[in-house]
Each structure stands twice: as structure tokens, then as C-alpha cells.
Design a protein around this ligand. Structure first.
Ligand code: HEM
Length: 336
């Protein structure tokens, strides 16, 4: 299969595709099912045989008709009906008819990966680095690689370790259930996990620790995250109030600034990040790149984005700190 060339033209097309996806997901309120589609495409990966994974194969009828994928044809059809003749390769990305001519089937592979990144962002979740350049595959894995919601801790480890993922990835990614709901006709389960299923936040973990709540769902695999001490450690960390974490980070940051202006800016930015968002973004990226080695051009583009993002965050942090310090200074002056 020809190698995917990730040049500036290609990156521009991806950018356009992201805008189309953003509009589609907002209009149809379909972020949850888009995220699930990407996860089910990627979650078949086998690190030993290097088969399955985020390669768009879920668009094959043979695969989307697997029992675990019940209902996902809806998401595939949303992608197929994108405006302006833009199509999205299910696991992969944007396709190419009409204005997106520079894509060809084998080069489209990031569809699902791309749309899940947009789905998380649109609902208020963390920004996730997206490295373009995957190739779509027409080969579907055998049925039975995705997790069974009725099972427990050993099963979760067996499935996620097969993908090459860790305990931390299992818990962080399970936080994807902050979005959406179960449908009895698809899975036999019913209801949302949180009170606001179109908002990406850490309430999934808070609900899990609270126990049974009327109208809210907990799958056996969700509850299993409380049974294992290693999993539970992450559940408790991710359930911590994000605003508290943020305020604490600011207090430390301001104290450092007041003391001697010796604050390490990188540390300040890290402190300001919520643990769940940070880990989720890392694990999601890992999931979306299973079996995929970014091309040097793609990698370069991402590094550049990352640097710009980090610089932007530092700039915002410093500007906000200056405003807060000026305010504190005025208050102190008045008190004297
Ligand atoms: C840990 C093992 C997992 C199991 C056993 C599991 C199982 C399920 C089940 C049974 C449903 C209900 C499907 C329906 O009836 O429509 C569901 C929905 C969903 N899952 Fe998972 N899941 C797992 C992990 C994940 C991960 C890793 C993600 C994303 C990172 C995710 C994202 C979602 C989303 C967003 C929905 C809602 C879909 C909708 O509203 O249509 N799940 N999952």
C-alpha cells in the first residue's frame, strides 16, 4: 500500500475536515456515538499479531455487524452524509470526493480517530493531539476482541493488555462513559452514566464513587474499577473536583510569583491541568495510534502544535497572574 504523504496540503484538508466534523457533531448531538465508533474501531488491536486497531476497518459490513458494534451503523451513516461531499472513513478520516480530492482511500485512515478527537473537544473535554497519516484497512479482525460489559477485572486487563494498554489507560478511557448512554435494543443496558451525558467532565468517576443513583447506569465493568486497588486509585484521583485542583494550582502559582518570581513556568502549567483531562488525552492518543507510526512530517506538525499550545498556555497563565497580582496589590494598599 502506498505510503501516506503528510504535507502541508494534506494538513490543510484535515483542518477543513475537522471543521466539517465539528459542525456535524454539534448539529446532530452525536458526540457520544462518534466516540464509541472510534473506540470500537481501535479497540480490536492485538499488539502481538499487530492486527486490528484504528484503521477504519469498522466501516466493513463484516465488522460493524459484530454484536458489540450494535447501533454503530448510525454513526457510520452520519459520516457518509457529511455536507459538501466530504465523507469520513470510519475509523479514519476524511474522504474525498469533491473538494477533498487530495485524499485517496488508502490515505484516509484517520476518520474515526479524527472524529473522536473532535467529539471530545466539542463536548468540553481536553484537546487531544491528532497525528494524521493512517492508512485504512479493508481487513476486519475476527469477532470477540472488544470487552464484554458483564465481566470483571481480569477480563478488562486481558482485553486492554492485549492492545498494549495499561491500568491507567483502562481507567482513564473508561471515563469516556461521561458521554452518552446505553440503549436496551443495542446492548441490553439502559440509561446514561451521568446527569449531563453531552458534557465531557469527570462526573463519571464521581458517580462511580457515590454508588447507585436513580436513573444512572453502572455496567459491571464500570463497577469493577472500584474492586481493584490499582484501578480504584485512579478512580479516586480522577473524581477530584476539577475547580478545586485549578484553584490550588493558582494558589501555588501566585505564592511562587509573590515570593520571588522564581516560578518554573512549565511547572505552573502542569499544576493547572486536571489529572483526568491530562491522562485521558494521553490515553486517547495512545488508543488512536495503536499500530501506527507517525511519519516524520506528521510528527513534526504535532510537535509544532504542542509547542504553540504550551507557549499559549504559559502566556495566558502569566497574563492572568499579572491581573490577579495587581488586584491583590490594590487590596493590600487599601487595607494599609
Ligand atoms: C472498558 C470497557 C468498556 C465496556 C465494557 C463498554 C461497554 C459499553 C456499553 C455496553 C455501552 C452501551 C451501548 C449502547 O447500548 O448503545 C457503551 C456505550 C458507550 N461507550 Fe463504552 N465500554 C467500554 C469502554 C469504553 C471506552 C474506552 C470508551 C471511549 C473512550 C467508551 C465510550 C462509550 C460511549 C461514548 C458510549 C455511549 C454511546 C452512545 O451514547 O450512543 N466505552 N459502552
Amino acid at each position: 500500500m502506498a505510503k501516506v504523504i503528510v504535507d502541508s496540503e494534506y494538513l490543510k484538508e484535515i483542518d477543513k475536515a475537522r471543521r466539517e466534523l465539528r459542525a456535524l457533531i454539534s448539529n446532530k448531538n452525536c458526540a457520544p456515538i462518534m466516540l464509541r465508533l472510534a473506540w470500537h474501531d481501535a479497540g480490536t488491536y492485538d499488539v502481538n499479531t499487530k492486527t486490528g486497531g484504528p484503521n477504519g476497518s469498522i466501516r466493513n459490513e463484516e465488522e460493524y455487524t459484530h454484536g458489540a458494534n450494535s447501533g454503530l451503523k448510525i454513526a457510520l451513516d452520519f459520516c457518509g452524509n457529511l455536507p459538501n461531499a466530504l465523507k469520513v472513513s470510519l475509523a479514519g478520516c476524511c474522504i474525498m470526493q469533491g473538494k477533498y480530492k487530495t485524499f485517496t482511500w488508502p490515505s484516509i485512515l484517520h476518520g474515526a480517530a479524527c472524529q473522536s478527537v473532535v467529539a471530545v473537544e466539542v463536548t468540553g473535554g481536553p484537546a487531544i493531539n491528532f497525528t494524521p497519516g493512517r492508512k485504512d484497512s479493508k481487513i476486519s479482525p475476527r469477532e470477540g476482541r472488544l470487552p464484554d460489559a458483564k465481566k470483571g477485572v481480569p477480563h478488562l486487563r486481558e482485553v486492554f493488555y492485549r492492545m498494549g494498554l495499561s491500568d491507567k489507560d483502562i481507567v482513564a478511557l473508561s471515563g469516556g462513559h461521561t458521554l452518552g448512554r446505553a440503549h436496551p435494543e443495542r446492548s441490553g443496558f439502559d440509561g446514561p452514566w451521568t446527569a449531563e451525558p453531552l458534557k465531557f467532565d469527570n462526573s463519571y468517576f464521581q458517580e462511580l464513587l457515590k454508588g447507585e443513583s436513580e436513573g444512572l447506569l453502572k455496567l459491571p465493568t464500570d463497577v469493577a474499577l472500584l474492586d481493584d486497588p490499582e484501578f480504584r486509585r485512579y478512580v479516586e484521583l480522577y473524581a477530584k473536583d476539577q475547580s478545586t485542583t485549578c484553584v490550588k494550582a493558582w494558589l501555588v502559582f501566585i505564592a511562587d510569583l509573590e515570593n520571588s518570581f522564581k516560578t518554573d513556568q512549565t511547572e505552573a502549567v502542569t499544576l493547572d491541568e486536571d489529572a483526568f483531562y491530562k491522562d485521558y488525552a494521553e490515553s486517547h492518543k495512545k488508543l488512536s495510534e495503536l499500530g501506527f507510526t507517525p511519519t516524520p512530517t506528521g510528527a513534526k506538525a504535532i510537535v509544532k502544535d504542542g509547542t504553540i499550545l504550551a507557549q499559549g498556555a504559559v502566556g495566558v497563565a502569566v497574563a492572568a497572574a499579572v491581573v490577579i497580582l495587581s488586584y491583590l496589590y490594590e487590596v493590600r494598599k487599601k487595607m494599609k
